[in-house]
Design a protein around this ligand. Structure first.
Ligand code: AMP
Ligand code: MG
Length: 327
């Protein structure tokens, strides 16, 4: 087990090969995907998966996504169906995770799926993630590479700041282009269920497979939630105040759009042009940059709820949710 800050290395072919060997030996490697940086470990090894929970300080064993290079490798782990096939054809590789029944001969560790009879699979599009997954040759469990509950990392440096002991290597592949976690869709019932909004937008998914049912937790604070859908999540240290139309001199302001109120101690704009894709890519890095000691909180201007705005608002709502008591 390593201590202190993990080694940061550019994502060259040689370092990707080294990272793959480390994962095959049971070590943890952080790597870029188009959504956020993932903390990768061998998904077929209980011990490697346990190390992921330990490194993140996850209070519970929430199920993790098993990352694969393509649909053919996913089919070896889960009971594939026609809906999965259509979605994979449209959105893979990309920011869409599919929850499907586990195959009886699946190699994915039960700890990875938190003992569930289902497995979440995703084929990421990022070329470094693709190269790494092909070199590992096994599914890779990879939650976001940050301490549990904190803001997700969209740059390699964020990982080095958030995680230390237990991470053998951070592959630096630059800033993540999507900047939000994957959309998670449950395909185990007759109607597909949106478990988590994310980088693949709801309207585009519904255009392919028809209406999605909505998981109870989404948009309904306090409702019973599916595993992993913790209410307080993605949280900076400072309190977060939503739907702000003004900000005080002791507040940081996370703005959106061209009309920004004056008077905040510090202002960053998710997208001056009001572009939701640009806002998604900036969200987590800007929340981090505004999280300065000495301020009263972070005020956030309203963001529209359509397209990627669904996922942006989901993350902001959780960043603003009451924090659990320290444990
Ligand atoms: P993260 O790895 O932090 O991006 O989070 C993974 C997300 O996928 C969480 O919201 C989990 O609850 C969800 N997830 C993973 N596996 C399953 C599964 N088998 N069933 C339902 N949700 C899952
Ligand atoms: Mg996460």
């Amino acid at each position: 087990m390593t201590t202190g800050a993990p080694e940061l290395a550019p994502a060259t072919p040689a370092n990707i090969a080294r990272a793959a060997a480390l994962i095959r030996e049971g070590a943890l490697v952080a790597f870029p995907t188009e959504t956020v940086y993932g903390l990768g470990g061998d998904a077929t090894s209980d011990r490697a998966v346990a190390r992921i929970f330990e490194a993140k300080g996850r209070p519970q064993f929430n199920p993790l996504i098993a990352h694969v290079p393509d649909a053919a490798t996913a089919r070896a782990q889960v009971q594939w169906n026609g809906t999965a096939e259509r979605l994979a054809q449209h959105f893979w590789p990309g920011p869409l995770t599919l929850v499907l029944p586990r195959r009886t001969d699946s190699a994915v560790s039960l700890l990875c799926s938190a003992g569930l009879e289902t497995v979440a699979v995703r084929a990421p599009a990022h070329p470094v993630a693709q190269a790494l997954l092909r070199a590992v040759g096994r599914p890779v469990a990879a939650p976001s590479a940050n301490r549990s509950g904190a803001v997700s990392p969209t740059q390699a440096q964020h990982v080095a700041h958030s995680l230390g002991a237990g991470v053998a290597l951070v592959l630096d592949g630059g800033a993540c282009t999507v900047g939000l976690e994957s959309t998670v869709v449950d395909l185990t019932a007759s109607q597909a269920v949106l478990l988590r909004p994310g980088g693949a937008i709801r309207e585009a998914i519904e255009a392919v497979i028809g209406p999605l049912a909505t998981a109870p937790a989404i948009g309904r604070p306090g409702a019973l939630h599916a595993p992993g859908q913790l209410e307080s999540h993605y949280a900076p240290s400072l309190p977060v105040r939503l739907d702000a139309v003004a900000a005080g001199p002791d507040e940081a302001l996370l703005a959106f759009g061209p009309d920004v109120p004056q008077g905040a101690a510090l202002t960053l704009n998710l997208s001056a042009a009001g572009d939701l894709a640009e806002a998604a890519a900036n969200l987590f890095a800007m929340l981090r940059a505004l999280d300065r000691p000495g301020l009263r909180g972070i005020a956030v201007m309203p963001v529209p709820h359509h397209g990627l705005g669904l996922a942006i608002n989901d993350r902001l709502r959780r960043a603003a949710a009451p924090r659990p008591p320290p444990h």
